[in-house]
Design a protein around this ligand. Sequence first.
Ligand SMILES: Cc1cc2nc3c(=O)[nH]c(=O)nc-3n(C[C@H](O)[C@H](O)[C@H](O)COP(=O)(O)O)c2cc1C
Length: 356
Amino acid sequence: MNPLNLFDIERLARERLAIGTADYFGGGAEDEVTLRANRAAFEEIFLRPRYLVDVSHRSLETTVLGTPLSMPVLIAPTGFQALAHADGELATARATAKAGTVMILSTFSTYSLEEVRGEVEGPLWFQLYVHKDRGLTTGLVERAESAGYEAIVLTVDVPVLGRRERDVRNEFVLPPDLRVANFDITQSAGLHDAGGESGLAAFHRGLRAPQFSWKELEWLVAKTRLPVILKGVLRGDDATLGVDHGAKGIIVSNHGGRQLDGAIPGIRALPEVVDAVGDRVDVLVDGGIRRGTDILKAIALGARAVLIGRPAVWGLACAGEGGLTQVLEILRDEFDTAMALTGAPTVGAITRDLIA
Ligand SMILES: Cc1cc2nc3c(=O)[nH]c(=O)nc-3n(C[C@H](O)[C@H](O)[C@H](O)COP(=O)(O)O)c2cc1C
């Protein structure tokens, strides 16, 4: 089957992957209410197209934090990409750079941040978790800086790991040949031997710093010359606090429904966050973006750009770099069509009045 859309690619990927891996990538927390709602929320938004506009020339280009993008779609940080394809994050970096956009590398990558940086010239951002061990956190930030990453994306929605029951049932562990490449071997031991639970849960328990709060954000902002972007914000007041404490961007996200089940879909939280801080910093959104019209809806509601998580991994699982390229080109074509059909020849012309 020649995949026509991202759902086709997901089906193909699931057929190729072992069930434990497909569940790790595809699953969410507890009843997966938020995971399903992320998709449903887009389907509940309707558009008010504007016709008889000259859309013969269209430009999908934009900028995020000053970085030019060929279209407003970035690659969200997702862990352990070598589970999908042997080239893992290296393939993601290549496909993303060729597509003219930005990859956000997860702390839990299976190639090190230096290896990924060495693979491409294009802009890369580094996703950071704050660890109990301050030295581990600052070490990662310093490495990202000296390797040439252009931003730190601080994930705030994992004070503890969400309860991902699929991973518990499957006793999810990393195969012995894969490593958490930014860490040394003792730090990632739990991931290889779960002792009857989810290896990811065991691993996170050893690392997380649930006491991290706004004061520590100031500490991190002061530690680095790179802009710090907060990922996982779902409220306007949190976004305001974040920007007041030095954040230079906000990613509205519920972690793809993998953290708090019952959390609001990002696309529904977006307008509140844009109203709170949209005139001060760029606001991005993720969760459930599968169609060009989803991108258009997000931009119309005030997002500067969107992120895709699972679709990138499904593309990798199908055909490595080429599979992710296909995902990005399908989205590009669909977004282009959506712009033409709503009378928006530029990203700037995608305005709130397009939402019904
Ligand atoms: C398999 C997987 C691993 C993820 N790992 C991380 C991670 O390491 N750090 C992070 O900030 N978010 C992580 N996320 C969340 C994504 O960055 C993103 O918020 C989410 O996938 C977006 O939803 P979508 O998958 O519907 O596009 C992960 C998501 C998935 C599916």
